[in-house]
Design a protein around this ligand. Structure first.
Ligand SMILES: NC(=O)c1ccc[n+]([C@@H]2O[C@H](COP(=O)([O-])OP(=O)(O)OC[C@H]3O[C@@H](n4cnc5c(N)ncnc54)[C@H](OP(=O)(O)O)[C@@H]3O)[C@@H](O)[C@H]2O)c1
Length: 254
């Protein structure tokens, strides 16, 4: 099959491309580096030519609505017009979350549904690398600041990539569909994540300072709304600790 992967040179997309190629398929990365700009639609026709399926991993949260919402809708309309199966990656727990990016991801899903073509949306929890980034950002010296008992159920990016590849290679749905959410094997408090990250570089456990939630956003985090309800997600991939063991002592990036 010929499968176009938007954001195919990004963190998630490059893993999808690799997995598809390993399985003998033609995987075509599409992003600004290859001439596709979702903010304008430039290169969209060429990118979709001959595609049997499309995995949408391109995004740029710094661009507000332009890539996440409008770019996704543009892509969904183009895929629907061609009857191409669009497989889209979204985020667990965004139905009622005030974080601006999560609200945009929800509108992106709604745009895909409105486009009316065959589409599958897979929601994933935070990747291990992003969860570690959150913990590092909220740790100042030996102190970790947390809202209530904020927790995550981080997932291995490779596990998400494998599910996206599987969906793209699987049967094309007749309309919009949601796949079962995916999550990693363990629920960890932010403080526990910070402890693991610090231990990984030989530092002592952090002291936790719990800030009471003020406002809708802090309440959403205190309630750990991005952790899927028990039994609702397919759980798999490496644990956070297993992933961390493969990383350099000093983590960088997100
Ligand atoms: N990180 C997480 O924890 C997490 C959890 C759940 C779901 N997700 C979802 O996973 C997806 C991929 O995340 P990621 O971490 O792999 O992102 P990433 O590494 O930043 O890759 C995104 C790619 O999008 C492309 N892109 C950006 N702007 C574009 C534009 N205007 N037109 C076309 N392509 C554009 C970029 O390639 P060029 O620079 O070549 O354009 C980039 O390589 C996102 O939709 C995100 O919401 C992430």
């Amino acid at each position: 099959m010929r499968i176009v992967v938007t954001g195919g040179m990004g963190d998630l997309g490059s893993r999808v491309v690799r997995l598809l190629v390993e399985q003998g398929h033609e995987a075509v990365p599409a992003s600004r580096r290859t001439g596709l700009d979702l903010t304008t639609g430039a290169g969209l026709e060429a990118a979709l030519a001959g595609a049997d399926a499309l995995v949408h991993c391109a995004d740029d949260p710094s661009q507000g609505d332009f890539v996440t919402v409008y770019g996704t809708r543009r892509l969904a309309d183009a895929a629907a017009a061609r009857g191409v199966h669009l497989v889209h990656v979204s985020i667990v727990g965004i139905d009622d979350h005030p974080m601006a990016y999560y609200r945009r991801k929800l509108r992106a899903e709604q745009g895909i549904q409105a486009a009316g073509g065959p589409a599958t949306v897979l929601r994933a929890t935070q990747f291990h690398s992003l969860t570690a980034f959150f913990a590092r950002t909220l740790t100042k010296g030996p102190v970790t600041f947390t809202v209530g008992d904020t927790a995550f159920q981080p997932v291995d990016t490779d596990f998400v990539a494998a599910r996206l590849a599987e969906l793209a290679l699987g049967p094309r749905p007749t309309a919009y569909a949601r796949a079962t959410d995916v999550a990693g094997p363990d629920v960890l408090s932010l403080v526990e994540v910070a402890r693991l990250v610090r231990a990984h570089r030989g530092a002592s456990a952090p002291r936790a300072i719990r800030v009471p939630p003020v406002g809708r956003l802090m309440h959403a985090y205190a309630e750990s709304r991005t952790v899927p309800p028990p039994g609702s997600a397919d759980v798999g991939g490496r644990t956070f600790a297993e992933w961390l063991a493969t990383q350099p002592a000093r983590l960088t990036g997100r």
